[in-house]
Design a binder for this molecule. Structure first.
Ligand SMILES: [Cu+2]
Length: 191
């Protein structure tokens, strides 16, 4: 009984207060509009300065430097022997972009080096130096977030005695999302 009466009184008080609050708010709002209208330049100018300063670094941070990124683009075989035969190294790379990337061509910088593309359970290639035998296009799509690798095989005996000493070779992947990806290796070839 008492609770009901109390709540009824509170409701009555509340509704009468609401009228006062709305009235006061309208006066305050009218004053604010008058102040803003009196200085038309201040409001828009302030927001125009602050908006690019905040949004520009955020956009740059979310955009990756390249769609395809290599885990390690350089490898050193160290000292290797012609007699011991071929050596190989796998270079992993990943599609960091939100779109599929078309892998167009894979080739090497010299006929002593071949490269095989391995994507999932599939082995594609191998590919050699342009101008040395047939060079079919790869035409494989790498899905967003998907990783693959190229297996580079170097034959230190391919050049005979002329191939002794320090050497460097490159495996290149041309793709549809910017600068070609390059994988380098070095070796010091001994007899
Ligand atoms: Cu060579």
């Amino acid at each position: 009984m008492t609770r009901r009466t109390g709540s009824a009184n509170a409701a009555t008080k509340h509704s009468s207060n609401t009228g006062l609050i709305i009235g006061a708010s309208l006066i305050v709002l009218a004053l604010m509009i008058a102040v803003i209208a009196a200085k038309p330049g201040s409001g828009p100018a302030a927001s125009a300065v602050s908006t690019p300063a905040v949004s520009a670094p955020a956009v740059a941070a979310t955009r990756p430097a390249a769609a395809l990124t290599a885990r390690d683009a350089h490898f050193d075989f160290g000292q290797i022997s012609m007699k011991a035969g071929k050596v190989s190294h796998s270079y992993w790379f990943r599609n960091e972009s939100a779109d599929p990337v078309l892998l167009q061509r894979v080739y090497t910088s010299c006929m002593c080096t071949t490269a095989t593309l391995v994507k999932g359970a599939r082995t594609i290639g191998s590919y050699g130096m342009p101008g040395h035998g047939p060079m079919p296009d790869v035409n494989e799509k790498l899905a967003p977030g998907e990783a693959a690798y190229v297996d580079a095989v170097f034959d230190p005996a391919a050049h005979g005695p002329a191939g002794l000493g320090p050497t460097e070779r490159v495996v290149t992947i041309e793709h549809g999302a910017g600068k070609p990806l390059e994988f380098h290796f070095t070796a010091n070839v001994r007899p």
